[in-house]
Write a protein that binds this ligand. Structure first.
Ligand SMILES: [Mg+2]
Length: 296
């Protein structure tokens, strides 16, 4: 082993020793990270969820606003939308989280949810500029170190796909507000469609939490552009996020990092099956940035 790779091993050991880190197979993860290091910046791409992955899961126990939540906090959005949207949330959110329902059945129900929610998105004027005001006033915070991560990826010319089943207009607004809507960042999400100044549903096919995989991406052409970047660092906070890299062609090493905050005991085992590294109530990007330090 060279002196350089011994140093890397020591640094890596230290990263993985953090309190928040849980790993099912440590040797496998170490080998995966060494393979990412070997591939370097040229072979790397990042695929990240947005809500509660790039943003914090909570601040002092209070959940952060999701991208759809930012939208419904806008004063331009009529109260009838907010009420009916909440009714749908109460009905479908338990289904989304139900550990006993099959993925296929959930996916069907998610399509129903988004289709019904989309019907509410009609006929009122909306200027997307207000989204940034809500971010500023409501304090949707990026995870500590998200800024550094995105800036160093931009400096290294490593592409970042933000893949979100949330509202793309809010995703853009948050990243813009924190000055990290950088040229290497590409967002695939649900965007509002407009007819003049009025909201007119959503653009294109719906992305929900159980179709964040190759099918949603086939049409985007994104992965063709990235065909040479076979190594993936994937970040998410829901089990469905673990499938986000399934459309990467000729995938090499795909290292999946999952952030887990609520109902840890109940969900940890399942998270460890889907993610290579699970971070328990870690509201920072320190582990990710530690790995990137070695790779870039
Ligand atoms: Mg999320």
């Amino acid at each position: 082993m060279t002196e350089q790779s011994t140093k890397e091993q020591v640094k890596l050991e230290n990263i993985l020793l953090r309190n928040s880190v849980r790993i099912h197979d440590k040797l496998r993860v170490q080998n995966m990270i060494m393979s990412l290091i070997d591939g370097g910046r040229e072979k790397l791409q990042i695929i990240s969820d947005f809500d509660r992955t790039l943003t914090k899961q909570h601040v002092d126990g209070k959940p952060t606003m999701s991208s759809f939540c930012i939208f419904s906090h806008c004063s331009q959005v009529p109260s009838v939308y907010k009420e009916q949207d909440e009714v749908l949330r109460q009905r479908y959110r338990p289904i989304e989280m139900d550990p006993n329902m099959s993925r296929e059945e959930k996916a069907k129900q998610m399509v129903n949810w988004y289709q019904e929610a989309e019907k509410l998105l009609y006929g009122f004027e909306f200027q997307t500029k207000e989204l940034e005001d809500v971010v500023r006033d409501g304090g949707t915070e990026l995870r500590e170190g998200t800024n550094i991560m995105l800036q160093s990826l931009q400096a290294a010319q490593v592409p970042v796909l933000v893949f979100s089943a949330g509202l793309g207009d809010s995703v853009s607004a948050v990243l813009r507000y924190y000055s990290v809507l950088l040229p290497n960042v590409h967002i695939i999400s649900n965007y509002l469609r407009f007819n003049g100044l009025k909201v007119n549903g959503l653009q294109g096919d719906i992305i929900h939490s159980f179709n964040k995989n190759e099918h949603a991406l086939e049409k985007s052409g994104y992965f063709q552009v990235l065909a040479s970047r076979s190594n993936v660092l994937l970040l998410g906070d829901e089990l469905g996020d673990a499938a986000m890299a399934d459309g990467v062609q000729n995938a090499g090493t795909v290292l999946k990092i999952g952030f887990l905050y609520d109902r840890v005991e109940e969900r940890l085992e399942e998270f460890l099956k889907h993610f290579d590294i699970v971070l328990i109530d870690d509201q920072t990007m320190d582990v990710v940035n530690g790995i990137l330090d070695l790779v870039l």
